[in-house]
Write a protein that binds this ligand. Structure first.
Ligand SMILES: [Zn+2]
Length: 309
């Protein structure tokens, strides 16, 4: 089926206390593994492409891969831009056809983040594409383990989240609640009370980044508190590389990229399937699709009545 946007999908997930997995695809094999896993689990899914992946392969190439996989899939698939860090990247992704966008201005001063996010929301909405933004900052653990004080420093406050949401009109909001990007060990516990307090003030779905390093029980509690989209990247990279390493050590003479690439792909697929079940989005594809279609019918009807007026 054609790609869908993320707006109705995430609203439905939040209302029904599950989360949609947003999985980073850096190449064709990972994108295939994500969509195949979603089909086998009958789950709605978000395939996301980061700014780094765009620098590696180009937005048009990766978008074309995701689109062609979605066209053949029998579950709803979103193609989302993950961490567009400047205005131009977000516009380029919109032009390429992405059906969901993220602008990450979390390293900018608050007022500047509001200003750029608001202008991108207006443009994205004119093209009927939803936009995610980030307030507070999900820290990066790439350089080593973060101390609890460092994680604390970046946490989103409910007050700044509310002000940011009201001034920008974003469709979903990434919040910093105890996770960190690029954690290789699953050990982080989230601040569930903080999620609850943010959720009380903000209507739109909340997004969790850096979930590869979060304990499973903490993820389940976060979903019950209002997190509706959960991003996984590091674990997929790890699984892909481990599959290939294993195959090449078993058969050092192997040179056919298809023969070892498929081992990486199978390993990623296993991880994605586990995450889909953890987020409770397995077997939700049909109801999500119905909700998306009904919402679209109502919106089309409203558009027509506006024209008549
Ligand atoms: Zn992220």
């Amino acid at each position: 089926m054609p790609l869908v946007d993320s707006k109705a999908m995430l609203i439905y997930a939040q209302e029904h206390e599950f989360a949609v997995g947003a999985f980073n695809a850096n190449n064709m094999e990972i994108a295939q593994a994500i969509v195949e896993a979603a089909e086998e689990e009958k789950a709605p899914v978000i395939v996301q492409i980061s700014q780094g992946a765009i620098e590696y392969a180009g937005e048009n190439c990766l978008f074309a891969i995701v689109k062609s996989l979605a066209d053949k899939a029998n579950v709803p698939v979103v193609c989302h831009l993950d961490h567009g860090v400047d205005f131009h990247t977000v516009i380029r992704a919109l032009r390429a056809g992405f059906t969901s966008l993220m602008f990450d201005g979390s390293s900018l001063p608050f007022e500047e983040n509001v200003r750029v996010t608001k202008s991108l929301v207006e443009i994205a909405h004119a093209a009927a594409v939803p936009l995610e933004a980030e307030i507070g900052k999900v820290p990066d653990a790439a350089k080593g383990q973060l101390s609890p004080e460092e994680v604390q420093k970046y946490l989103t406050t409910p007050e700044e989240a509310m002000e940011f949401y009201e001034r920008t009109g974003v469709d979903s909001l990434a919040v910093s609640v105890g996770s960190a990007h690029r954690m290789k060990v699953q050990s982080a516990r989230l601040d569930i009370e903080r999620i609850t307090r943010i959720r009380e003030r903000i209507k739109v779905p909340l997004v969790l980044h850096g979930a590869s390093g979060v304990l499973d029980e903490s993820i389940s509690a976060a979903i019950r508190a209002g997190i509706a989209k959960i991003n996984f990247a590091t674990e997929l990279n790890k699984a892909f590389t481990a599959g290939i390493k294993q195959k090449l050590s078993d058969d050092p003479g192997l040179v056919d990229v298809r023969k070892y690439g498929s081992f990486g792909r199978e390993n990623v697929k296993k991880v994605v399937k586990e995450k889909i079940r953890l987020l409770d989005s397995a077997n939700k594809a049909e109801e999500v699709l119905k909700f998306i279609q009904n919402k679209k019918l109502i919106e089309d009807k409203n558009d027509k009545s506006k024209i008549v007026e």
